[in-house]
Design a binder for this molecule. Structure first.
Ligand code: NAX
Length: 340
């Protein structure tokens, strides 16, 4: 039998944690042959609730679950960890400025980066879910100089999956018919879901939907309007729509996306398709080097690779640039606060 893999989940007593832990423990993240040992990190007030979740994990009698350790000690939480799911974050309170939010999260993700640097396993992979995810990942990475930078990623897979589902519904297709969709930029309202390289059942999505290939309005004004006024904002504002409807933010779908992200990172993406993830920019597509920005990616041999050589039309260029500018601004803010 394989040796157990240590998986750390922060914010384990939160709503995403509750939707995530059972799926990790059942083998859906690392596959049906890999036992997992869970380490749950919470703040002291929430340790008891995490213990309750651990009791339920016991009660599932998952064959792959090798043990659960609950702690409020950051160093202990990352000891020997190979997969770190950083879910717990400081939410934006009423009246909080963006700088305050980044600073509060710097107080969480900086020390977690340090603990990962000092205590995690050599093969550690980090997925930041807690918002603002891209910049929190940047902060954690900057505190972990001994970990290869590409091991720090931010989650845009939920945005990717939302876009798949919206596009499938519009085209009357199945989600499995859709390939090569991309989320670019920040996991925020400026993110850009790009259909211009996407395929629906082997045909170019733009052709199927009657959108001009250069993104210009042109003759099919209605279809252009669908792109700019329905598809892009629906994907980008889906989180707010879920809060409005459910009275709570996305949890099961966010957990599902985290499972997908790590599953594909470790086990590979399918041939002939790609996915989206926030990964450190190597300067590709004009995205400033070092930013953790969402790109089209494949995973080969356990590493994310940015899909090279795509042509970017003017419509896409402007939207990618706007979202990347927001990431640059966030980086400037955390730099000026001394957080990176
Ligand atoms: P909850 O408020 O239900 O849970 C967060 C948990 O984190 C709480 O139990 C809290 O005690 C814990 N926590 C806070 N500070 C901590 C620390 N320093 N160390 C360990 N644990 C800590 O939030 P939930 O709905 O689970 O969402 C978690 C995060 O995911 C939020 O930041 C949220 O904005 C973000 N999301 C990110 C998404 C993405 O696509 N990247 C989508 C879903 C979600 O909005």
């Amino acid at each position: 039998a394989k040796a157990p893999v240590t998986v750390t989940v922060t914010g384990a007593a939160g709503q995403i944690g509750y939707a995530l832990l059972f799926r990790v423990a059942s083998g859906q993240m690392l596959g049906p042959d890999t036992p997992v040992r869970l380490k749950l990190l919470e703040i002291p007030q929430a340790v008891k609730a995490a213990e309750g979740t651990a009791m339920e994990l016991d009660d599932c009698a998952f064959p792959l679950l090798d043990g659960v350790d609950i702690t409020d000690d950051t160093n202990r939480a990352f000891d020997g960890t190979s997969v770190a799911l950083l879910v717990g974050a400081r939410p934006r309170a009423k009246g909080m400025e963006r700088g305050d939010l980044l600073e509060a999260n710097g107080g969480i993700f900086g020390p977690q980066g340090t603990a990962i640097n000092e205590h995690a396993a050599d093969d550690v992979r980090v997925l930041v879910v807690g918002n603002p995810a891209n910049t929190n990942a940047l902060i954690a990475r900057s505190h972990a100089p001994d970990v290869p930078p590409e091991r720090f990623t931010a989650m845009t897979r939920l945005d990717h999956n939302r876009a798949l589902s919206q596009l499938a519904a519009k085209a009357g297709a199945s989600v499995t018919d859709i390939k090569k969709l991309t989320i670019w930029g920040n996991h925020s309202a400026t993110q850009y879901p790009d259909i211009f390289h996407a395929e629906i059942a082997g045909k170019k999505a733009a052709d199927v939907l009657g959108v001009a290939p250069d993104g210009s309005g042109g003759a099919a004004a209605d279809d252009h309007q669908w792109l700019t006024e329905e598809f892009i904002p629906t994907v980008a504002k889906r989180g707010a729509a879920i809060i409005e409807a459910r009275g709570a933010s996305s949890a099961a779908s966010a957990a599902n996306a985290a499972i997908d992200h790590v599953h594909d990172w470790v086990l590979g993406t399918p041939e002939g398709d790609w996915t989206s993830a926030g990964v450190p920019s190597d300067g590709s597509y004009g995205v400033a080097e070092g930013l953790i920005s969402s790109f089209p990616v494949v995973s080969r041999h356990g590493r994310w690779e940015i899909v090279p050589g795509l042509e970017i039309n003017d419509f896409s260029r402007a939207r990618i640039d706007a979202s990347v500018q927001e990431l640059i601004d966030e980086r400037e803010t955390v730099r000026s606060l001394g957080l990176i």
